[in-house]
Write a new protein. Structure first.
Length: 312
């Protein structure tokens, strides 16, 4: 029997917030129609004035056959588009799975994503998750892996692009999703203002056929200050894949050495990123917090959103 009442969990990782819905067979949310995976429903849920309010919807699904995963995470951005991966989101999903599914109350939870199967090491006490360390996989650095146009085998390190009349040097990295990382050496420039000014245009540059996340970063004393313009969301308080991509880019530009855990300070707080000594992997460590759990009449929300949405 289908239902319109959607049980969900509002979760945040350093202020990057999500509506998490468990759509695995047998779970109440799996029977809800319209589905929260529908782009229009996701947009309505994420609306901060008329909906729940979030940077995205995280759908928890069964792992794909042959992956040996415990569950799968699908990421739907606030604008209804789909992302391959979300670093803050996977910590939030790991927390929800650990705390709500007794069969997954174990030290490592393997979550299937668009970026592959990722191992999430859970630090918990008394059944409550305090932090999650995620093996984020290999940073992809070739043009055809990111992807970029034109493609090819070459790396993109300090490549110059003109955006809104300003030339920016960026390094491109994919953590399963594309990132254009710009390091700013001038200590007087405001990173958030730069991200807000140049992020929207760089996101949709023809250089990136799937659009891109944009990072404005500064390195001081071996630590990274970072502001992210997130594809499909805009400015977000934190971006896990962005922090990983930025640390990898810093190693590619020889601004930082690999093999050392690096604090990455985002608007919402700090993540700790380690690029493997051989560059073959990235580890992200950080918190996730449950804000609240609730039920919502998703059919009524979607109908109201459709009736009141202004043309874009």
């Amino acid at each position: 029997m289908t239902s319109a009442v959607l049980p969900f969990t509002k979760v945040e990782g350093l202020g990057n917030d999500f509506v998490v819905v468990d759509l695995r067979p047998g779970r109440p949310a799996a029977e809800v129609r319209p589905s929260p995976e529908d782009p229009a429903v996701a947009r309505a849920l994420c609306d901060r004035r008329f909906g729940v309010g979030a940077d995205g919807v995280l759908a928890v699904l069964p792992a794909r056959p042959g992956t040996a995963g415990d569950a799968r995470m699908r990421v739907i951005n606030a604008d209804g588009s789909e992302a391959e991966m979300c670093g803050n989101g996977i910590r939030c999903v790991a927390k929800v799975l650990y705390e709500t599914d007794p069969s997954l109350r174990r030290p490592v939870i393997n979550i299937d994503t668009g970026a592959g199967l990722l191992a999430c090491a859970v630090d918990a006490a008394g059944g409550q998750v305090r932090s999650v360390a995620v093996e984020m996989g290999r940073p992809r650095v070739r043009r055809d892996e990111i992807p970029m146009s034109p493609g090819g085998e070459g790396r993109v390190v300090r490549e110059v692009i003109e955006v809104r009349g300003r030339k920016l040097a960026f390094t491109a990295v994919s953590m399963g999703n594309p990132h254009a990382v710009v390091f700013i050496d001038d200590p007087t420039e405001n990173l958030r203002a730069l991200a807000e000014s140049y992020g929207p245009a760089l996101e949709v540059s023809p250089t990136f056929p799937r659009r891109t996340n944009v990072e404005m970063a500064r390195i001081t004393g071996g630590e990274i200050e970072l502001v992210v313009w997130e594809r499909g969301c805009g400015i977000t308080l934190a971006c896990g894949t962005g922090a990983c991509a930025t640390a990898a880019a810093a190693c590619l530009e020889e601004r930082l050495a690999p093999g050392v855990e690096t604090p990455v300070h985002l608007l919402g707080g700090t993540l700790f990123i380690t690029v493997a000594s051989d560059g073959g992997g990235v580890r992200m460590r950080g918190p996730a917090e449950i804000v609240y759990r609730a039920d919502l009449d998703v059919a009524a929300l979607a109908a109201r959103d459709a009736a009141t949405r202004r043309p874009t």
